[in-house]
Design a protein around this ligand. Structure first.
Ligand code: FES
Ligand code: FES
Length: 155
């Protein structure tokens, strides 16, 4: 089945079975490897991307259902000139990742949060990340990184 997807501002024609999850299309068809396969059942958040600005677990949603959406992956947070987003810089500065497997999902969840609420409290931040799992226990550094990015974006 052929359909069109808008990913990171570009239109792509995809030819894949109707029930192919978005995550597989991103990684296998479009070569966008930022979103990760963790659990495959919508439980861990490693595959999180944005759909019209809202977090979406790309492992459980068929890509063909997302034809009318603007999809953003962690790669798409970069500026048009390739510049890193404040979240990218802050995660590096705070050494937020240990193995980093969860980090793209954390970054995308944080990007949606900061768009909706530029200066979240720590409690709001932790609540937003509650369903994003980090098996390395890096949550405190991840929270610090998002707070750092929020400060930079507010300047
Ligand atoms: S891989 Fe999608 S939520 Fe875990
Ligand atoms: S840094 Fe390893 S899973 Fe989060």
């Amino acid at each position: 089945m052929a359909f069109t997807l808008n990913v990171n501002g570009q239109e792509h024609t995809i030819d894949a079975p109707e029930d192919t999850p978005l995550l597989y299309v991103l990684r296998d068809e479009l070569g966008l490897h930022g979103a990760r396969y963790g659990c495959g059942v919508g439980q861990c958040g490693a595959c999180t991307v944005l759909s019209n600005g809202a977090p979406l677990r790309s492992c459980v949603v068929p890509a063909a259902r997302l034809r009318e959406r603007n999809l953003t992956t962690v790669e798409g947070l970069r500026g048009p000139d390739g510049a890193q987003h404040a979240l990218h810089r802050a995660f590096v500065a705070e050494q937020a990742g240990q193995c980093a497997y969860c980090i793209p999902g954390m970054v995308m969840t944080a990007a949606a949060l900061l768009k909706a609420k530029p200066r979240p409290t720590e409690a709001e931040l932790r609540a937003a990340l509650d369903a994003n799992l980090c098996r390395c226990g890096s949550h405190n550094r991840i929270v610090r990184a998002i707070q750092r990015a929020a400060e930079e974006l507010a300047r």
